[in-house]
Design a protein around this ligand. Structure first.
Ligand SMILES: NC(=O)c1ccc[n+]([C@@H]2O[C@H](COP(=O)([O-])OP(=O)(O)OC[C@H]3O[C@@H](n4cnc5c(N)ncnc54)[C@H](OP(=O)(O)O)[C@@H]3O)[C@@H](O)[C@H]2O)c1
Length: 238
């Protein structure tokens, strides 16, 4: 039986993915700050589930917590980092920028570091990061959020290159999500908003296929192509 940890399993994409993994026979380890939501997830999952509170923005503590949780589950095959934050920041409030950086940059790197050490030690594994289409360009609504997602995608690429050189069968998957109907989907002008269940199903499919990259939902590949070709002089005015 396969075992997976989902960090950020209390709501949204991570919660739906935890359920999808359990439905497909995985033993699931669910992590986030809101313990009551993780406990309610236990009632929605029929299979075996482990639960652990974690605050990804508290780097020193979270690395130890994830390490111990992996040991408690006697090792895992798959670790998904869905934990993330971001807010519309019209006034460029430093508090919002800092929280985003602490969770999505420092927190993300710290947790993937623990995950990679675990997989390298056991000689195999699968790391999945839930990045965003926002990784492709800067964004005035939330500069730290777009930059943090660029960091995540770039960091995952670095980790993938590292394990390729080591010759280990460790898969690193970069999920670039478009809009998904969760608390994170904020602001006006949202389009192609996918239900979280649909996003989770497509992410699970990418995991099964051991993909290195996936756009969620798939049609967001078209927006990615567009974003990549728009010249900066035009993009800055949009
Ligand atoms: N929804 C979208 O349109 C969209 C688009 C592209 C990418 N994404 C990405 O998808 C991921 C999941 O977001 P979502 O859309 O599912 O929104 P969500 O429902 O708000 O889920 C965010 C998850 O991250 C966890 N989290 C946030 N800060 C944390 C921290 N400091 N420590 C531990 N866990 C933390 C939350 O749990 P607690 O609050 O309980 O800790 C929650 O489980 C994020 O990385 C987000 O950037 C979302």
């Amino acid at each position: 039986m396969k075992k997976a940890i989902v960090v950020g399993a209390s709501s949204g994409i991570g919660r739906e993915l935890a359920k999808t993994l359990a439905e497909n026979g995985y033993v699931v380890g669910a992590m986030a700050r809101r313990l009551h939501l993780l406990e309610s997830l236990c009632n929605e999952i029929k299979g075996e589930i482990f639960v652990q509170e974690i605050d990804a923005s508290d780097t020193a503590a979270s690395m130890g917590i994830l390490t111990r949780f992996i040991k408690e589950m006697n090792g895992v095959d798959l670790i998904v980092i869905s934990a993330g934050t971001g807010d519309i920041n019209d006034k460029l409030d430093w508090h919002i920028e800092h929280e985003t950086i602490k969770t999505n940059v420092t927190g993300f790197a710290a947790l993937t570091n623990v995950a990679m050490h675990h997989f390298i030690e056991r000689g195999s594994g699968h790391l999945v990061g839930i990045s965003s289409i926002a990784a492709l360009r800067g964004g005035r609504e939330s500069p730290a959020y777009n930059a943090s997602k660029a960091f995540e995608s770039n960091y995952l690429e670095g980790l993938r290159q590292k394990v390729t050189q080591l010759g280990l069968p460790i898969i690193v998957t970069d999920i670039k999500a478009g809009f998904v109907k969760t608390a994170m989907a904020k602001g006006e002008g949202l389009f192609w908003v996918a239900p979280a269940g649909k996003a989770a199903a497509q992410i699970f499919n990418a995991i099964q296929l051991k993909k290195t990259h996936a756009y969620i939902t798939r049609r967001w590949r078209l927006i990615a192509i567009l974003l990549k070709v728009i010249p900066a002089s035009i993009y800055e005015r949009l």
